[in-house]
Design a protein around this ligand. Structure first.
Ligand code: FAD
Length: 313
C-alpha cells in the first residue's frame, strides 16, 4: 500500500488526528513530527493509524521562519516517496506546503474540506466563493501536496504500532534567510483556537458590548469565542476573533451566532459550519435563513439559560 506523509508541525492536536483519518483513505499514514518530541507523539499518532513516525528537530526551526522546516519535509518526501503529502491549513502549514510544492514541482491544493481516494490520485474537495461553490479536483503533476482545514472530518481511531525514526536531514544555509526577532506567546484564554474549534460561540452588536454570556456559554461547551465585525469595530473584542470575509473562516461542527444579523460578509466566514444555531431578537434577521435552529429571543436571557442547562447535564 502506498504511504501518505502527514506533516505535524509541533504538538499533536485534533487537526492532526483528522489528517491521519483522511490519510488512511489514501494509504498508510507516515507522520513527520517537526520540532516536538516525536517519541511522545507516537502513542496518539499510532492510535489514529500512523504506521511510522519520523521525528525532525533543529534549533533553526525556532530561530528562523518556515524554510528550515521545508528542508526537513523535503528530506522526508525523498525518503518516504509518499503518494501524497497532507498538511493542516494553518498559516505556517500553507506556507511550508507551498514552498515544498515548488521544490518538488508538484501541484498544490489548499484549504481542502475533504479528501478521498480517486482513480487519478486524491480527489480533493474545496468550498469556495464564501461557501457558495464546491469544487472537486485532482493534482495531475508530481506528488500531490494538500492542506486540509480543521474540522473537515471527525477523527476516527485505528490502532497501529508505529516505529519511531529520527529523520536524517540538513538545514541549508540558504534556508536561514528570515530570522525571528521577537515571538510573543498568544494570550492564553484556555479556549481552543478559533479556526480549530469543534464549537464556536460568536457575539455581535446584539451583545451591546457585554460578551460575558457568550464567553460563559463557550466555556461550558469547551468552545472558542468569535465576534462579528460590528463587535470588533466597536472595540468590544479583538480583531483576531473576527469571523467573516475580513476575519477568520471557521467550519466547526456547531456555530452559535448570538446577536448577529447574518450579513453576507459574516456568512462568508461561517456558512460551511456543520450546524448553525442563531439567537436573535428580530425574527426577520437574515441569519435565520441560514440557521438549522433559530431562537427568537434576547441573548442575555437565552444564552445564560442554555449555559445553566448544559451545566446541569
Ligand atoms: P448588526 O448587523 O447590527 O446585527 C445585530 C443583530 O443583533 C441584529 O440582527 C439584532 O436584531 C440583534 N440583536 C440586537 N440585540 C439583541 C439581543 N439583546 N439579543 C439577540 N439579538 C439581538 N462582518 C463580519 O462579521 N465579518 C467580516 O469579516 C466582515 N467583513 C466585511 C468586509 C467588508 C468589505 C464590508 C463592507 C463589511 C464587512 N463586515 C463584516 C460587516 C458586515 O457587513 C456587517 O456590518 C456586520 O457583520 C454586522 O455585524 P452584526 O451582525 O454584529 O451587527
Amino acid at each position: 500500500m502506498s504511504q501518505i506523509l502527514v506533516v505535524v508541525d509541533g504538538a499533536v492536536a485534533k487537526p492532526t488526528l483528522e489528517l491521519l483519518t483522511l490519510a488512511r483513505r489514501l494509504g498508510d499514514p507516515v507522520a513527520l513530527v517537526l520540532g516536538a518530541d516525536g517519541a511522545d507523539a507516537a502513542g496518539p499518532l499510532g492510535e489514529y493509524g500512523a504506521v511510522k513516525v519520523l521525528t525532525a528537530d533543529d534549533p533553526a526551526f525556532s530561530e528562523y521562519l518556515v524554510t528550515p522546516k521545508v528542508d526537513a519535509v523535503q528530506a522526508a518526501v525523498e525518503s518516504v516517496q509518499p503518494a501524497a503529502v497532507l498538511f493542516g491549513s494553518s498559516l505556517d502549514g500553507k506556507e511550508i506546503a507551498a514552498r515544498l510544492a515548488v521544490r518538488l514541482g508538484s501541484g498544490l491544493i489548499t484549504d481542502a474540506v475533504d479528501v478521498a481516494a480517486g482513480d487519478d490520485g486524491p480527489l480533493v474537495t474545496q468550498s469556495v466563493f464564501a461557501g457558495n461553490w464546491t469544487v472537486q479536483s485532482n493534482i495531475t503533476h508530481g506528488i500531490p501536496v494538500i492542506t486540509v482545514k480543521a474540522n473537515a472530518v471527525a477523527p476516527e481511531a485505528a490502532q497501529a504500532t508505529p516505529e519511531v525514526e529520527a529523520l536524517s536531514f540538513e538545514v541549508a544555509e540558504s534556508s536561514k534567510g528570515a530570522r525571528i526577532v521577537t515571538s510573543e506567546p498568544k494570550r492564553a484564554s484556555g479556549r481552543p483556537e478559533l479556526t480549530e474549534a469543534a464549537i464556536v460561540v460568536s457575539g455581535g452588536r446584539g451583545t451591546s458590548g457585554d460578551f460575558s454570556p457568550v464567553e460563559e456559554l463557550a466555556d461550558v461547551l469547551g468552545a472558542a469565542v468569535g465576534a462579528s465585525r460590528a463587535a470588533v469595530d466597536s472595540g468590544w473584542y479583538p480583531h483576531s476573533y473576527q469571523v467573516g470575509q475580513t476575519g477568520k473562516t471557521v467550519s466547526p461542527q456547531l456555530y452559535i451566532a448570538a446577536g448577529i444579523s447574518g450579513a453576507i460578509q459574516h456568512r462568508a466566514g461561517m456558512q460551511t459550519s456543520k450546524a448553525i444555531v442563531a439567537v436573535n431578537v428580530d425574527p426577520e434577521a437574515p441569519i435565520f435563513a441560514l440557521a438549522d435552529l433559530g431562537i427568537v429571543g434576547d441573548l442575555k436571557t437565552v444564552l445564560p439559560a442554555v449555559t445553566e442547562a448544559v451545566k446541569q447535564q
